[in-house]
Unconditional design. Sequence first.
Length: 87
Amino acid sequence: MTAVLIVGIVFGSIVAIVAIIFFSSNLKRQGTSFRQSGKIDAAETRLIQEIHQGLSKMEKRVDALETILFDREAREVSHTEGKEEDQ
């Protein structure tokens, strides 16, 4: 149950960060969309690429953490089942 909570918090924070960045970018453009403005300057492009790379790395880390947690839970379940069979 703890693993599910951790994963939910991580993915929820990722969604919140992306939403904040998207909306702040739109506010900076004073309500104009990307299509209306016609182009994105180099600094914004670099920022978006860095954010994407960071989120990709975070996704890999979360996957690794999920694997560790699920393996640990599986070992605990099999370990407790082994004790029950001994009794």
